[in-house]
Write a protein that binds this ligand. Structure first.
Ligand SMILES: [Zn+2]
Length: 789
């Protein structure tokens, strides 16, 4: 099969009420027998090759035709799924439902028979007929013709550019849109009727971002329309279908209840998906091994572009917390995987949509940009995109493109960061005539490994900055104490010699940037604690000293560390640290003027509502409507902790405001009565319109120490149901990981029973990571016990 010339001509007849459709499909190319198509549609009715009837075999998701030819013609029929969130499925709206699709990674084969691999790009010419003239149809391109004939409405869509099957989109139903023509393109936000007015914020952000991206890439957005579509039941956060990007409602629409944090998140998610319209859609990875390249780039670029249009939003600081720290955490497990990972079969794809592909990859690109210089890096990207437009490329092609413009040996430097799991720790020790630097792999379980990374190291002492490539096991420096990676652009941990670190921690007034650097120190030393390289008392001392600083990144990281520890142990010693800290930070962030403090306010108040009865009393003494959106989640948590569960369930049952629904679910996971919670979970489970939200409830519950016994029973009972909903997305794996990591503490027998019952192959990474976390968490519980002795 040559991939140069695939042309798909598709005609669909949809029977909306019956949730089924008939398809007639022509695929033009140059095909050699046996032709193997991916297909999971219900029934294949007829096949012609070059207009002649052809024998075929249809089994196990594969359609095999034993004939050479230039044109395959297929008649097929298919059902729209009512449960799964992959392929083509039903999504319930307030007044009915829509039919929608999610193709990545392998949903397209449940929609049409096709060559469902990223490298088999094709041109798609699509006509859709629906049996109800009041329905609208959305596709990747715009409709060039619409007419009603015998009560059926026919849509003819503009032919697509060459694209991969996983980027196809089809939506059918009643929609409402706001649109604007901008730079010659029609930009729209599309939602269920009554909600498009909440799309204004998204549409304005989209315009600003589009300008930035076209400038940065030096390539105009390739299609003539771009839709941002809100989908009520959606497995992922958002999906970059070319020209028809889909979102969870809460990640696209801004209502009067949207907090500033969610507003930023909406902008970041739009930006991420927009980055893909070029990087991913216009130039696509050859195979899923390089999925990370798509996701890393969009993660890095998405945030970068938001910080260009909103320079005061502290986006880079949030990147450090959300992408750098969180991916290093996963990458410190011995069970981590290289960024570039061998993918042999499609079942393995879903599991690698993890924070290694997104966060680590993004952080490595951020490090390389810092090493190359921003403009050189940009030129390299432009070079790459222009060279591979409408085709496919591998990671190596990107390194070569970056190398061509910069003259630096990017390929050689990247090699060890990409092909090998984990990351180094740089250890600094004093020797008589200076300092000794050594590098070795860091893992929590201290796995031996002799791998050496090429580390573009930046160090500073006062105003002096030095840059060099650290590519040996060890090196000697004649300098005395300096700080490593002062701008926090690197992807490695640093272990300082005690006296020097203490000297720095005692510094009276560190600058804002030094505060960010100290947040990295905090993160590294927390990791060293989990790895038992330092004892918990030393860590608590460091944490207490750093926590005195009022710095955005430090506060975010501390809140996460506290949250983590509280999920592992309800040790009284810990409570004594967390509560006063949370109280003092709340008063600080409530008093400040910076708008970003709202983000912290929401998180801090939520924590406090969990921990303090007084604060709950204070909050509930106010009227919810009189409070800023930042206080809605804390308020809901207060309601939950005070036992007024039905109030929250009413919000969930009504399900009118998506963000409030999610908040109410999160709040319920903090209660202390597992039986009551699990009854509610049963009720949520029965609601098909909540099936995409169910996962929030389960993930939250696995982290509640009070639920540790009962949640196992619930998941045992419902595992197959969860599989029906989430199979093919990464959620099964994330859920299993969280379940074993937290609910497994003190429950080894349950873990073993569970593992003996499930099919481990589809959640392999989740199980491996979970078991390792479990070990680390149980160590931590022991460490806390020691403090008391
Ligand atoms: Zn993405």
């Amino acid at each position: 099969m040559t991939q140069e010339s695939l042309i798909y001509e598709l005609e669909f007849d949809f029977f909306f009420k019956d949730l089924k459709y008939f398809g007639r499909e022509k695929i033009k190319g140059d095909f050699k027998a046996p032709i193997k198509l991916d297909s999971k549609v219900d029934k294949i009715n007829k096949i012609l090759v070059d207009n002649k009837e052809a024998d075929f075999k249809y089994e196990n998701g594969e359609l095999t035709i034993n004939k050479d030819g230039k044109e395959i013609y297929i008649e097929f029929e298919n059902k729209v799924s009512e449960i799964s969130l992959m392929g083509i499925y039903k999504s319930i709206t307030k007044d009915g439902y829509i039919i929608t699709t999610q193709m990545e990674p392998t949903g397209a084969r449940s929609f049409i028979p096709c060559f469902d691999v990223p490298s088999a790009k094709g041109v798609f010419k699509v006509n859709v007929t629906v049996d109800d003239p009041s329905l609208d149809v959305i596709f990747n391109t715009d409709a060039i013709e619409q007419r009603v004939e015998n009560g059926r409405k026919i849509f003819k869509f503009r032919e697509t550019p060459k694209m991969s099957t996983y980027l196809l989109y089809l939506g059918i139903g009643k929609f409402e849109r706001i649109s604007e023509e901008y730079n010659g393109k029609v930009l729209s936000v599309i939602a269920e009727p009554g909600k498009s007015k909440y799309g204004r914020f998204a549409l304005d952000i989209l315009k600003e971002l589009l300008d930035q991206y076209e400038k940065y890439y030096e390539i105009k957005y390739p299609l003539n329309k771009l839709d941002l579509i809100s989908i009520n039941q959606f497995a992922a956060g958002a999906m970059e279908n070319w020209g028809a990007i889909t979102f969870r409602e809460s990640l696209l629409l801004k209502t009067e209840n949207t907090s500033f944090n969610m507003e930023k998140t909406i902008a970041k998610v739009i930006s991420h998906e927009l980055a893909h319209q070029w990087f991913g859609d216009l130039v696509t990875m050859k195979w899923w091994d390089d999925l990370w390249l798509n996701e890393s780039f969009a993660t890095f670029m998405g945030d970068k572009m938001v910080s260009m249009i909103k320079p005061d939003w502290k986006v880079d600081e949030e990147f450090i917390n959300e992408s750098l720290f969180s991916s290093m955490e996963l990458d410190s497990l011995t069970t981590t995987h290289p960024i570039s990972v061998k993918v042999n079969n499609p079942d393995e794809i879903a599991e690698i949509f993890d924070s290694i592909s997104y966060g680590k990859g993004g952080s490595i690109l951020r490090m390389i940009e810092d090493y190359m210089g921003k403009e050189e890096f940009r030129k390299g990207i432009v070079n790459y995109l222009k060279k591979y437009s409408y085709s496919n490329a591998e990671a190596q092609d990107l390194w070569n493109s970056l190398q061509e413009v910069s003259g630096k040996k990017i390929s050689e430097i990247m090699k060890n960061w990409i092909s090998k799991g984990g990351h180094p720790v740089v250890e600094i020790t004093k020797i008589p005539d200076g300092l000794k630097l050594t590098q070795s792999r860091f893992t929590y379980l201290n796995k031996e490994d002799d791998y050496i990374w090429k580390i573009p190291l930046k160090v500073s002492k006062g105003r002096t900055q030095l840059e060099f490539m650290f590519e040996e096991k060890k090196m000697i420096s004649l300098m005395d104490f300096y700080i490593v990676d002062p701008n926090v652009r690197g992807y490695y941990r640093v272990s300082y010699e005690d006296d020097s670190l203490d000297r720095f921690l005692n510094k009276k007034k560190p600058s804002y940037q030094e505060g960010i650097w100290l947040a990295k120190v905090l993160d590294d030393y927390y990791a060293f604690t989990l790895a038992k390289r330092i004892d918990i008392e030393r860590f608590i001392d460091i944490m207490n000293r750093i926590s005195k600083l009022n710095n955005y990144v430090i506060i975010m990281r501390l809140l996460d560390i506290h949250g983590d520890l509280l999920s592992v142990t309800d040790d009284s010693y810990l409570q004594e640290i967390v509560l006063p800290y949370t109280e003092s930070i709340l008063s600080q962030v409530e008093g400040g003027n910076d708008k970003n403090l709202k983000v912290l306010k929401e998180r801090v108040a939520t924590r406090l509502a969990q921990l303090s009865k007084d604060y709950r009393k204070y909050l509930l003494g106010k009227k919810l409507e009189s409070l800023e959106p930042e206080y809605r989640l804390p308020y809901f948590v207060a309601i939950a902790k005070e036992g007024k569960y039905e109030e929250l369930m009413d919000i969930i049952r009504k399900h009118t405001d998506e963000q409030d629904t999610v908040r109410a679910i999160q709040a319920l996971t903090t209660i202390e009565e597992p039986k009551i919670f699990l009854n509610y979970l049963d009720e949520i489970k029965e609601r098909k319109d909540l099936r995409a939200n169910l996962i929030y409830a389960i993930m939250g519950a696995t982290r509640n120490p009070k639920f540790r016994t009962d949640i196992w029973d619930w998941i045992d009972r419902n595992y197959e149901w969860l599989r029906e909903i989430y199979s093919g997305s990464g959620y099964m794996s994330f859920m299993v990981e969280s379940l074993i990591s937290y609910s497994g503490i003190g429950n080894n027998q349950r873990v073993n029973d569970f593992l003996s019952k499930i099919n481990r192959s589809e959640v392999k990474r989740g199980v491996d990571n979970g078991l390792e976390w479990l070990k680390i968490h149980e160590n931590l519980v022991e460490e806390f016990k020691k403090i008391h002795n």
